[in-house]
Design a protein around this ligand. Sequence first.
Ligand code: ADP
Ligand code: MG
Length: 333
Amino acid sequence: MNEFEFIARIRAQAESRGSRSDLVRGIGDDAAVLKQFAGRETVITTDLLVEGVDFNRDTSPPRLLGHKALAVSLSDIAAMGARPRWALCSIGVPPQLWDSSFLDEFYEGLFSLADRYDVKLIGGDVSRAAEKFVVDSIVLGECENQPPVFRSGAKVGDRLFVTGALGAASAGLRLLERGARINKATKDHEWPSIEALLLRQLAPEPRVGWGLVLGQEHLTTAMIDLSDGLSSDLHHLCKESGVGAVVRSASLPVDPLVTELCGRRALDPLMLALHGGEDFELLFTVAPENAKRLPRKVDGIGITEIGEITSKGIRVSEGARVWKLKPEGWKHF
Ligand code: ADP
Ligand code: MG
C-alpha cells in the first residue's frame, strides 16, 4: 500500500460516516474547505516535515527550514485560490537542539515569510523528540465572495498551465546529495547557479499572488500545487476531475539553470521537470474562452501553457511520439 492508497482508505472511512452542511470539502484536495456563512469559506491545510526524510539538518540551515515549513502550507492555500491568514506550528525537538540557536533561527525564517503575506502565527504545540526534529505547520486561509478552486473542476478541452519554472528544486536536491552546501560558497564560476538551485530546494517561494489572482478572477477550473512532481500531481488533478491530459514536452518551462548545470552532471532536465518534486509551482486548467484573460505575470512570475485536458489517459507528446506519463514523483512509502 502506498501513501495515496492509504489516504484513499482513510478518506473512504471518513466519508462513510457522512458529511455535514458546513463541510464543503474534506480529504482529497490541497486543503479542506469549511463554510463559515454564505460567501465566506475557510480553507485549512497541514504539512508534516520529518528530519532525515523531508529534510536534513546538516544541509538545511534552520532559518531556511522555518521558511520551508510555512511555505509548503502556504502553497496548498494558494492552490485553493485562497488568501492565507493564520498559521499554527507544532514542533518535536530533540534535547540537543533545545538550548541552541536552532529554534530562534527556525522561527526567524518562519516569521519573515509569514510577515510578507500578513499571516499571523496563532498557536502550535511543543514536545520532545528522540533525535530527529519534526515540524507540522497548519495554515488557514479565506475565500471571500469567490468559491475555492478544487482539483476536481477540470473539463475536456481546458488548457493546462503552470507557473514559473520546473525542475529546479529536484536539481537542488541532487546537488545537496553530491555535497553542495548553501553556506559553503565555492570559487567555482558555477556557484551563483548552484546557490540558486539549492535555494529552490531549501527555501521554495509559494505562489500566493498567482493563487489569489486565479481564484478571485474566476480564471481557473481546477488547480493543484506541485509538491510531489508534475507527473504525480497531474495524476491527482486528473483523477479528481475524471479526465485525462496531454503534456507537450517541448512546452515545459524547464528552469534555465537546470538546463545549464545538468548536462555535465548526467542529469536529464526533462525528467527533473516531469518527475522532480517540490517546485511548489501551481498547475491549473483554464477554459479556452478564459485563456486570454490571464495576466502575463504576477509578482514577476510568468506562466506557460503546457498542454490540455483530454477525456482519458495521461500522456506526453514529444514531437511525433506520444507516450504514457507514469506518476513517478516523490512517494514516502
Ligand atoms: P498535499 O501534497 O497537497 O499536501 P497530500 O497528498 O498530503 O496533499 O494529501 C492529499 C489529501 O489527503 C489532503 O486532503 C490531505 O488532508 C489528506 N491526508 C493526507 N494525509 C492524511 C491523513 N493521515 N489522514 C487524513 N487525511 C490525510
Ligand atoms: Mg498540495
